[in-house]
Ligand binder design. Structure first.
Ligand SMILES: [Zn+2]
Ligand SMILES: [Zn+2]
Ligand SMILES: [Zn+2]
Length: 319
C-alpha cells in the first residue's frame, strides 16, 4: 500500500519537474538572458514600439484582482488588471448558510467580471438572552437569579447579576470584588480575590455551559506584546495557547470548571498594539452541571488583568 503511494508521488513529482523545466526555458528566452541577446532583440524590435498582447477571452485571477494573460513573450504582463467587483451569489453548489447563535454561517460572492467565486464566513451571532417574565427568585442569603431565553433560538437557562454575590474571600478593604466606577460590574482588584454565589434549583441542570458577560482591561507588556487575551492570559500577546492560563477560576459545588474557550478576545473588540478596554462581550467559557437544591458557585481572579463582569449565565446544552 505504501509503495503504491510513493510511486504515485514520484510520478507526480516528475511531472511537476518537467513543467518547471519548460517554464524556465520560456522565461530565459523571454528576457532573463544575458545582455548580448537582449541587445540583439532590441535592435530588431525597439521596446518603445512593442505593445503587449493579451488573450481577452481568458481571465486569470488571485483573491483580489483579475486580468487577461499575455500572449506575447512577456508572460507576466497583465491586461485590464482590476479589483474584483463582487456581488452576492448562490447556485446549487454554493448554498449560503445563515449564522446561528453559536455556529458561524457562510455566504458566497462572485465577481461580475471574471466569475471568481469566494466564500465569506459569517461569524456566530452569539445568544441574545432575555429574562423570562416573572421568574426572578429572591431568597434570604441566596443569589437572586432569573430564567432566560434566547430571542433567536431555543436556548434557555438561568442568569444572575455578577454583583449579587453572597460572600467574599477577603477581609481587607478594597480587596474583594468591587463595583466598578459606574457601579455596573464586578471588578476584582487583586489576584486571589473571589466571590461566592448560591442558587437553589428545583430541578437539576445536568448539562450547562457557563457564559460570562463582561469586558477586560488590556495593556502592552514590557516586550510591547499586545494583550489580545480576553478572559485568558495570552503570554505571547497572541491567541491564548495551551500553556496560557485563564484570568479566573470558576468553581461549582467545589469542583473546578475547565475553562475551554481560549478565544474569548474575539468579539471583545481588542486592537493589536493598543492599550485600552475591550468591548462588553458575552462569551462561553466552560461546561458544568448544577444539581437540584443549593449550588455554590465561586468566581475568583487569578490573572493580573482586570476583569469586569456584570452577569453570569448557565445555559442548557445538549447532553
Ligand atoms: Zn509583451
Ligand atoms: Zn474578478
Ligand atoms: Zn441563541
Amino acid at each position: 500500500m505504501k509503495k503504491k503511494i510513493f510511486s504515485l508521488i514520484a510520478v507526480a513529482a516528475a511531472l511537476v519537474l518537467a513543467g518547471c523545466g519548460e517554464a524556465q526555458s520560456d522565461a530565459s528566452s523571454a528576457g532573463a538572458t544575458p545582455t548580448s541577446s537582449k541587445k540583439a532583440t532590441s535592435s530588431k524590435i525597439p521596446s518603445s514600439k512593442h505593445e503587449h498582447t493579451f488573450n481577452e477571452a481568458i481571465w486569470e485571477h488571485n483573491e483580489e484582482q483579475h486580468w487577461h494573460p499575455a500572449t506575447c513573450e512577456h508572460g507576466t504582463a497583465k491586461g485590464s488588471v482590476a479589483d474584483h467587483d463582487f456581488e452576492d451569489f448562490t447556485d446549487a453548489t454554493h448554498v449560503p448558510v445563515a449564522a446561528g447563535c453559536e455556529t458561524p454561517g457562510k455566504a458566497f460572492k462572485k465577481c461580475k467580471v471574471c466569475g471568481y467565486i469566494k466564500e465569506v464566513v459569517i461569524p456566530a451571532l452569539g445568544h441574545n438572552f432575555e429574562q423570562v417574565a416573572n421568574t426572578t427568585v429572591t431568597a434570604e442569603g441566596m443569589t437572586e437569579w432569573y430564567q432566560v431565553k434566547c430571542s433567536r433560538n431555543d436556548a434557555t437557562g438561568i442568569g444572575f447579576s455578577a454583583l449579587n454575590y453572597v460572600d467574599s474571600g477577603s477581609t481587607s478593604s478594597n480587596a474583594f470584588g468591587n463595583k466598578d466606577d459606574s457601579g455596573a460590574t464586578l471588578k476584582m482588584s487583586k489576584n486571589g480575590n473571589y466571590v461566592d454565589y448560591k442558587i437553589t434549583l428545583t430541578n437539576a441542570m445536568p448539562n450547562v455551559r457557563i457564559w460570562m458577560h463582561g469586558w477586560v482591561d488590556y495593556w502592552k507588556d514590557s516586550s510591547n506584546h499586545n494583550d489580545t487575551r480576553g478572559f485568558f492570559i495570552g503570554q505571547d500577546g497572541s491567541e491564548a495557547s495551551e500553556t496560557d492560563s485563564p484570568n479566573f477560576t470558576f468553581t461549582v459545588n467545589d469542583e473546578n470548571v475547565t475553562i475551554d474557550n481560549r478565544k474569548t478576545y474575539e468579539g471583545m473588540g481588542m486592537v493589536a498594539g493598543e492599550n485600552g478596554n475591550s468591548a462588553f462581550a458575552f462569551v462561553p467559557v466552560g461546561n458544568t452541571a448544577l444539581k437540584a437544591g443549593e449550588n455554590t458557585i465561586r468566581y475568583a481572579r487569578t490573572g493580573s488583568y482586570n476583569l469586569n463582569i456584570d452577569a453570569i449565565y448557565f445555559i442548557n446544552t445538549a447532553a
